[in-house]
Design a binder for this molecule. Structure first.
Ligand code: G6P
Length: 612
């Protein structure tokens, strides 16, 4: 995910900025850049790849860099709009080079703004949404730096955390936020700004977190805060007591836990700008499919691996229920070795967080060779699967670092639901049905937050069962893929043997394994199929297996059947699996922690499996 570092003061600015960029490397990025201002001069360098490439370039092109003090901004970019190439790396400037900007977030209305600025004579050099910001500031500039930035920000829809410098005002940096975090480190006679405290705490532990629509005018000896309407605001100075290692993880003990807790934001990012209440559908321009092409799809195959496959299995249910489309899911590794039947009207959906998984990539190539339309649902922008598919949906979930996939799953399901909504609306769903799905999707971040609030209780349940060596996870219908994902999480990080099973299939074999030392996690949410799962719970209890039930908040009935209950909020059948999977992510995390496992890098596993 993109990272910002900015500095103003009397120390060599380049060292501080590049040191800050290195501390943000853990977030994942594909290019980096830096800009410095002196009186009437602006220097800018950008490069693709690691921060080291940028540092090599600085050493070569700016041999005097160690003696440059003053103001500078730097950025690590994780591509969203436009490929990871040098011209798209930040900082971006207007063509007069009066303003340089680093930006995190997404400007949703960049296309009309850009068109309008081009008409006024502005020349754009990148494919990014960000580049409209410096051009807009320049367009609004009549001699007052702050007024120009404020006027430009008022025209932006979407999210931003930005820092702006100008050679016309070399002693001033302007910092602003809406939706994307920005922190200002408070030091004596200098200030350091970053998108994340990990780039700051080597310099100071006193920080100011900006609120949405705050603008800070930062000089070496002052920080002046106001809101977008120019009304002065005051924000507390917070004291950070993390060490540098903890800061990268946002104060969480593991990346996995951080990523579990990031899910409300990650899902909000996947949904942002894509829900259209007027037409009661989803706006997914990256699919490159016209309504006529959507209507002519007659069959969908979803290919993926691991957690992405479990999300794909939910996609299977969604497309069948919402769009009446025959859909199948397939392990990507099988797809190319059987004889996949591709007919006119076949659409292949490849799902991959990393966009690099070898089997999924091979499935994409096989499908394309056979003439199928392929769309990809990926998180990493510019990844091979995204590029080769040529059409798709990016998750915008931010980098996932923990090997066990968590936030990608929730975002994949959100993306699949949007896609099924779009296909459904083009084929059979009424406007009201479309709106109901939109309204629920909009609530998803808040519903996830409710699940996360129960983490203490889930930790207690996890401790109680952490010594079990075998587990079953059972579910039916939409909760069957959720059961598979719950079991996968537990085995990946805690090394406990966990099997996900269809609740009805349990009695066709595995029930022979049940006994008091084998707990069963039953997905007993209050959705269609609940009565049947209660019957399956009884079958398990009769074999002395202790049962942990995941149920719907306020559904008192389940307590009579299960030994322990974890509640998740009431939601439709489409989103209940996501909420339950999040509860199971937490359960697995706490079991693994109790067992002293290496949570972020489990043995034998790789984040991205690029071999068959
Ligand atoms: C590896 C990871 C899993 C992931 C799977 C598919 O096995 O350990 O967490 O679900 O690959 O990865 P992808 O990047 O294609 O979603």
């Amino acid at each position: 995910m993109c990272g910002i570092v900015a500095y103003i003061g009397n120390r060599p600015v380049v060292d501080i900025l590049t040191d800050g960029l290195r501390r943000l490397e853990y977030r994942g990025y594909d290019s980096a850049g830096v800009a410095l201002v002196g009186k009437n001069s602006l220097r800018l360098l950008r490069s693709v790849g690691k921060v080291k490439n940028l540092v090599d370039k600085i050493n070569k092109d700016w041999p005097d860099h160690a003696s440059i003090c003053g103001a500078g901004i730097a950025h690590t970019r994780w591509a969203t709009h436009g490929a990871p190439v040098e011209k798209n790396a930040h900082p971006h400037t207007d063509e007069k080079k009066n303003f340089a900007v680093v930006h995190n977030g997404i400007i949703e209305n960049y296309a009309p703004l850009r068109e309008n600025l081009i008409k006024k004579g502005h020349v754009f050099t990148s494919e990014t949404d960000t580049e409209v910001i410096p051009h807009l500031i320049e367009e609004c500039f009549e001699g007052d730096f702050i007024k120009a930035v404020t006027a430009a920000l008022k025209q932006l829809d979407g999210t931003f955390g930005i820092t702006v410098i100008s050679p016309l005002f070399p002693d001033t940096m302007i910092v602003a936020r809406r939706g994307s975090p920005i922190v200002i480190g408070v030091c004596e006679n200098e200030a350091i700004v970053a998108s994340d405290v990990s780039a700051i705490i080597a310099y100071t532990k006193q920080v100011i977190y900006l609120n949405d629509n705050d603008i800070a005018v930062v000089k070496a000896d002052s920080i002046d805060l106001r809101n977008i309407d120019n009304v002065p605001v005051s924000r507390e100075i917070s004291h950070i007591n993390w060490d540098t290692g903890a800061a990268e993880k946002g104060g969480y003990e593991h990346f996995m836990l951080k990523e579990i807790f990031e899910q409300p934001q990650a899902v909000a990012n996947t949904l942002r700008g894509r829900l259209d209440e007027n037409d009661a559908t989803a706006v997914l321009n990256g699919l490159n499919l016209t309504p006529r092409e959507i209507a002519s799809v007659s069959r969908i195959t979803i290919a993926a691996c691991g957690t992405s496959l479990n999300a794909g299995m939910l996609g299977d249910y969604l497309f069948e229920d919402l769009a009446d489309l025959p859909t199948e899911y397939e392990q990507a590794a099988e797809f190319r070795y059987r004889n996949p039947i591709i007919q006119p009207g076949s659409l292949i959906i490849a799902i991959s967080q990393s966009g690099e998984t070898a089997d999924t990539l091979a499935a994409v190539r096989e499908a394309k060779n056979k003439g199928a339309s392929v769309v990809a649902i990926c998180n990493v922008v510019g990844s091979t699967i995204a590029r080769e598919s040529g059409a798709g949906i990016y998750l915008h979930a931010g980098p996932e670092i923990g090997v066990a996939s968590t936030k990608a799953f929730s975002c994949q399901v959100a993306a699949l639901l949007m896609m099924a909504l779009k296909f459904g609306r083009a084929r059979r769903l009424s406007r009201q049905e479309g709106l109901d799905i939109i309204h629920e999707l909009k609530r998803l971040p808040e519903l996830i937050q409710e699940v996360l609030k129960t983490s203490r209780h889930i930790e207690k349940v996890a401790k109680k069962y952490s010594r079990a060596e075998n587990f079953f996870f059972i579910g039916r219908g939409y909760m069957y893929p959720a059961a598979l994902e719950g079991a996968l999480k537990l085995k990946e990080i805690s090394y406990v043997h966990a099997e996900g099973y269809h609740a009805a299939e349990l009695k066709h074999g595995p029930i022979a394994l049940l006994e008091e030392k084998v707990p069963v996690l039953a997905l007993a949410n209050d959705i269609p199929g609940k009565d049947k799962i209660i019957g399956n719970i009884q079958e398990c209890r009769a074999r002395k297996s202790p049962v942990i039930a995941i149920s719907t908040t306020g559904d008192g009935e389940i307590k009579n059947h299960a030994n322990d209950v974890i509640e998740v909020p009431r939601a439709s059948i489409f989103l209940t699996p996501v909420l339950s999977v999040i509860a199971m992510q937490l359960l697995s995390y706490y079991v693994a922690k109790e067992r002293g496992c290496s949570i972020d890098q489990p043995r034998n596993l790789a984040k991205s499996v690029t071999v068959e």
